[in-house]
Structures are given as structure tokens and as C-alpha cells.
Design a protein around this ligand. Structure first.
Ligand SMILES: [Zn+2]
Length: 239
């Protein structure tokens, strides 16, 4: 069912990402390393509308990580109340089923991270004070966006690649929620944008629909995404 979309995404992603790569062409010698904190929100930690098991466990690790990077971007899933990724918008459908939208298969989710609600706020205890940019995604009713770089239509950039390029970033380290959806898609798109990319495994947690965490790791490793742990992480010691 739903988790089938991760293999499918590779085919969906291939062509449009050429445009993303052009937009994000790295200046020679781009040496900055950015920490990308993906979707650590009330909705994705226990008690939230789309809780990731142990999602709150990443908060203290990320608070510590944020002190070790000079360039930091946080993302938020940020949906209108009638977003088409919500099962509630598809009569007769239930959460975690997959439907076809205009751009391809879409997993249906419980209503989550609705703009202006507590579910969309950052998770309790998360220190966001060191974030220089907060990128919100999924705000168009018709298009979901797991990726921090490119929306689910695989054509609409979020602007993050250009932001990182202008700040001289050549490498990104990702953490947050959930490993098998927003973190994985963001990491794969970072690679497609020409960035050296690592995922900080212990600072992520997954939803794991039908083995989707293991599949996401396989796909990320095949794309050249490195796996690191938080003890190794920091812009002073990339990789
Ligand atoms: Zn969402």
C-alpha cells in the first residue's frame, strides 16, 4: 500500500531534478555545511495527529546538534485544513491508503500540521533560536511536499536549494522526522541538487509503513547519502 511510493519516487524524480540541479549550481569551492532540521513538530511527536514512534527522542539530540553548526535551517509541514494529502478530503478513503493525484501516487494521512494550529508548531522543548531560516512546505492545497527542496509534483522548488547556494553551502546534514518520508526525500533531493549529503541517523525517527524505513535507507545509500551519528556531526568535522 502506501509505502510503495518510495520506490516510485525515483522514477518520478529523475527528470525534473535536472532543473533543480541547474538552479542550485554550486559555486566552485562551496564549503559551507548546513544542518537541516526536518519537521520536528507537535504533529509528529507522541500526542500529535501523525505521531512518529519516539519522535520526541530526537529533540535533545537536535538541540545539541544546533550548537555545532554555523548554518541552520528548520522546516515545518504546513498544510491548509483542506489539504489533499488528508484522507478526510477523499470520501471513502482512510489514512495510509494511496490515491492518485495529478502528479502521481499520494499516501493519505490523518489531518496533521494544519496552519495556525498547535499541531503545526515546533515540538515542545525544541530550541529553534539558532535557526536562521524556517522553511514551510505543503501549503498548496493540491500538492504535498515531503521534500524540503522540491514539492511532490517534482517540479515546484521550495527555494531552499537557491538559499543554500547563496550561502555557500556545499554539504548538508539532515535530522528530524520522519526518516522514511520527509527526511529521505529531502536527502535524495539534496543529492540531486549536487550537495554532499549525510543523514544523522540517531537524530531521526521513522513512521515505517511496510518496511519503508529500511527501503529509504537503501535508496539513500544508493544515491550516495552518507549515514552518520550525532556524535560525529558538526560543521567543523564534516562526515
Ligand atoms: Zn504533511
Amino acid at each position: 500500500m502506501s509505502a510503495a511510493d518510495l520506490p516510485r519516487r525515483a522514477a518520478l524524480a529523475a527528470a525534473p531534478l535536472l532543473a533543480l540541479r541547474d538552479a542550485a549550481a554550486q559555486p566552485a569551492g562551496a564549503s559551507g555545511v548546513a544542518l537541516l532540521v526536518i519537521d520536528v513538530q507537535v504533529g509528529f511527536v507522541p500526542g500529535g495527529n501523525l505521531a512518529v514512534p519516539e519522535g520526541d527522542a530526537v529533540v535533545p539530540l537536535i538541540n545539541d546538534l544546533a550548537r555545532r553548526y554555523a548554518i541552520i535551517v528548520f522546516t515545518q509541514d504546513w498544510h491548509p485544513p483542506d489539504h489533499l494529502s488528508f484522507a478526510s478530503q477523499h470520501p471513502g478513503r482512510r489514512p495510509f491508503e494511496t490515491v492518485q493525484l495529478s502528479y502521481g501516487p499520494q499516501v493519505l494521512w490523518p489531518d496533521h500540521c494544519v496552519i495556525g494550529t498547535r499541531d503545526a508548531e515546533f515540538a515542545p522543548g525544541l530550541d529553534t533560536t539558532r535557526a536562521q531560516a524556517v522553511l514551510r512546505k505543503g501549503f498548496r492545497r493540491e500538492v504535498d511536499s515531503y521534500s524540503a527542496f522540491l514539492e511532490a509534483d517534482r517540479r515546484t522548488p521550495t527555494g531552499l536549494a537557491s538559499y543554500l547556494s547563496e550561502r555557500g553551502v556545499g554539504e548538508v546534514h539532515l535530522c528530524g522526522l520522519a526518516t522514511d518520508f520527509c527526511v529521505a526525500w529531502s536527502a535524495l533531493d539534496a543529492r540531486a541538487a549536487g550537495l554532499s549529503t549525510a543523514v544523522i541517523a540517531d537524530a531521526c525517527r521513522g513512521i515505517d509503513l511496510d518496511g519503508s524505513v529500511a527501503r529509504a535507507w537503501r535508496e539513500m545509500e544508493a544515491a550516495g547519502v552518507r549515514r552518520m551519528v550525532s556524535a560525529q556531526a558538526g560543521s567543523a568535522r564534516p562526515g
